[in-house]
Design a protein around this ligand. Structure first.
Ligand code: AMP
Ligand code: MG
Length: 353
């Protein structure tokens, strides 16, 4: 297995090290690489056999489609067709960046990439390592988040090394990713933008660019049994630690704090071990309780950057219950709550009693 260390790049000439990784992709291998959102598990997006290796390595269901990553706009015309004005407007506004758009696919995109659908998710990442890798590969790279299916996504090589190192041909280490949650995924239907997965590009930003925008009801709500979701990924368990989790949120932090305190005390009284994941001010407030506390940070950017590492870390303390503080769903908060609700299997408490 090749290991390319690009953690502390001092000179752009160092990107030349990616030539080898690009060749591995072009020739059908798997490469773990950073983007600005999370790490990707990449393969040649036009090679059906290579793409199948991704599903196998992740244990991902074959009907859950992959996103194609491109380095420039010329690549777009090869893989997508019938692009509307609003779709172009969105791409212009948010590319390169943490923004994926579902488009009608052309015939060269294998059905293994699109999970059998006529559409394909496309993104141009805002990360030099990712874009140079795609350039060297000279093909769009199909890449889901780098994690075993169901687990929190990988945002540093350390987090996913044990999980994936023996399943890939090359690892490119670019340090911890900046954003920490996966890209915003949208689909435009009749000029209305539907947010299928929230991310760093927010509902508010999309509305400003494209007008009418709706957040799909499954972003914060559970998929009812037997319903066909607008995005296959909504069907599957995701982000979940192995330990049972509960999410606590009220817009009044005093109410949230009271509930966190009650849950901690109830656990301790019944001889169980709680673990608290909360914002910095509450971490300080509860510091004298004899429990493990993971400080998620203060700002939404900080929380998002560390959320998957925090969820992975929370699992290592052998707790009986992980108690997680939620955030408001405004701005980047929507993406954070989408991931936390799923991590907690929608087990959320919104009152202080
Ligand atoms: P990941 O590959 O882990 O970043 O997840 C990609 C997400 O995008 C999954 O939830 C997929 O279901 C969704 N997705 C990818 N392609 C499509 C598509 N053609 N239509 C709808 N959702 C898609
Ligand atoms: Mg994923």
């Amino acid at each position: 297995m090749e290991f390319i260390d690009l953690k502390n790049i001092k000179n752009v000439s160092e990107y030349e090290k990616l030539e080898q990784a690009g060749k591995i992709i072009r020739e059908g291998g798997l490469v773990l690489f950073p983007t600005e959102t999370v790490y990707g598990l990449g393969a040649n997006g036009l090679d059906s056999e290579a793409v199948k290796k991704i599903y196998k390595a992740k244990g991902r269901s074959s009907d859950n489609p992959l996103i194609l990553h491109i380095s420039d706009i010329e690549m777009l015309g090869k893989i997508a067709k019938d692009i509307s004005d609003i779709e172009f407007k969105l791409m212009n506004a948010f590319w390169p960046g943490p923004f994926t758009i579902i488009l009608n696919k052309t015939d060269i995109v294998p059905s293994s990439v699109s999970g059998g659908l006529d559409t394909v998710g496309v993104r141009m990442p805002d990360n030099e390592i990712a874009r140079n890798l795609i350039k060297y590969a000279d093909v769009p790279i199909a890449a889901p988040s780098a994690n075993i299916s169901g687990r929190p996504s990988g945002t540093s090589v350390e987090d996913i090394y044990d999980e994936l190192a023996d399943k890939v041909d090359c690892i490119v280490d670019g340090g911890r990713t900046n954003i920490g949650v996966e890209s915003t995924v949208v689909r435009v239907i009749d000029d209305v933008v539907h947010i299928l997965r929230p991310g760093k590009i927010t509902y508010e930003q999309i509305t400003e660019v494209a007008g009418t925008t709706v957040v799909d009801k499954h972003v914060l709500g559970k998929l009812e049994d037997g319903t066909k979701p607008p995005s296959p990924g909504m069907k599957y368990k995701h982000y979940a630690p192995n330990t049972k989790c509960v999410l606590v949120y009220n817009k009044d932090n005093n109410v949230t704090r009271t509930k966190l305190g009650t849950l901690i005390d109830n656990c301790l009284k019944s001889g169980e071990k709680p673990l608290l994941m909360c914002l910095s001010d509450n971490a300080k407030f509860f510091k004298d309780k004899n429990i493990t506390i993971i400080d998620m940070g203060n700002s939404l950017d900080e929380i998002s950057k560390n959320i998957f590492t925090d969820l992975r870390k929370a699992d290592t303390f052998n707790a009986d219950l992980i108690i997680i503080q939620g955030v408001s769903t405004e701005g980047l908060g929507l993406a954070i709550m989408n991931r936390l609700l799923r991590a907690c299997n929608y087990n959320i408490i919104t009152s202080g009693d």
